[in-house]
Design a protein around this ligand. Structure first.
Ligand SMILES: [Zn+2]
Length: 289
């Protein structure tokens, strides 16, 4: 939806430049587009104001907002400006733990025969076979990173072909969109299942098990708080996706997304290299024989 608005505004601009010089762009915008423009201008001003804060101060302001009964317009602008100016959405400590998770997922997947069979057969596999494989992959990922959550993987049809999948933190269910334009790409699905489960599913586990988790890893306290606020109904970045056209910018500044993209993209990028190693080892054996 946000992209549609952006597209429309770009078309208007082009039209104006080519044939209707002198016509005020504002006259051509719908009320909703005008509102979005106004909100985005307010957001820019707020961002400037928040630039000098520390992340601790930003967290403390978000925490205050999360405790309010509901947010008014100005508070929503404040909330999104706080997320957009965050210096470190993901801490060094969290990132280095994630590097270990990524290596562990990659190693476990590489030594799984079913992974490489599916890699070769993906185009010929039925939906049921794909679903079973993605379930197995999700279970193996969880085992690799020590996430005790049991997550059910389901295929579903979302009419938006840009939507690859979703994690539901109420039901712990992972939904993979078989209508996605990337559903026929094996490695894109490896990315999605890892993003949703090892990314968001792990964040969800940490938030739910916070007191036990932080007893073992007290250095993750600020990071866990950021995730909690990013899942909070009130402080979820750009919760109302209709009030800004900048959804993607805020979405990509969300600590939960930064973390999930890091895990999913890294695993997707590292796996094809593992195939080279495996093929090389097989070749080697053949030569010895
Ligand atoms: Zn995500």
């Amino acid at each position: 939806m946000a992209n549609e608005v952006k597209q429309k505004m770009a078309n208007n601009k082009q039209e104006e430049a080519s044939s209707q010089v002198g016509v005020d762009l504002n006259q051509k915008l719908t009320e909703r587009e005008k509102m979005i423009l106004k909100n985005e201008q307010e957001l820019v001003v707020k961002k400037d104001e928040y630039m000098s804060l520390t992340d601790k101060e930003r967290i403390s302001r978000l925490d205050t907002l999360s405790k309010k009964e509901s947010l008014n317009h100005d508070q929503k602008i404040e909330r999104d400006a706080l997320w957009l100016t965050m210096e470190k959405p993901v801490s060094k400590e969290w990132e280095s733990m994630r590097d270990k998770h990524i290596d562990s997922i990659v190693d476990k997947s590489a030594s799984s025969l079913s992974f490489w069979i599916a890699e070769g057969d993906w185009g010929d596999m039925s939906d049921i076979q794909r679903e079973n494989f993605l379930q197995k992959t999700s279970d193996r990922n969880n085992q690799a990173i020590g996430n005790p959550k049991k997550m059910e993987v389901d295929l579903y049809s979302n009419p938006n072909p840009k939507n690859n999948g979703a994690y539901n933190n109420k039901t712990d269910k992972i939904s993979i969109n078989k209508n996605s334009e990337e559903f026929n790409s094996f490695y894109s699905n490896i990315n999605t299942i890892t993003h949703e489960g090892a990314g968001h599913g792990y964040q969800d586990y940490v938030i739910e098990d916070k007191s036990v988790y932080l007893k073992n890893k007290p250095e993750m306290k600020d990071q866990v708080k950021k995730f909690e606020l990013s899942y909070d109904d009130q402080t979820w970045p750009n919760k109302e996706d209709q009030y800004l056209s900048e959804t993607k910018t805020i979405y990509l500044a969300d600590p939960s997304e930064v973390d999930a993209f890091y895990v999913g993209d890294s695993v997707q990028n590292k796996m094809p290299g593992k195939k080279q190693v495996i093929l090389f080892e097989i070749k080697d054996e053949e030569i010895i024989k």
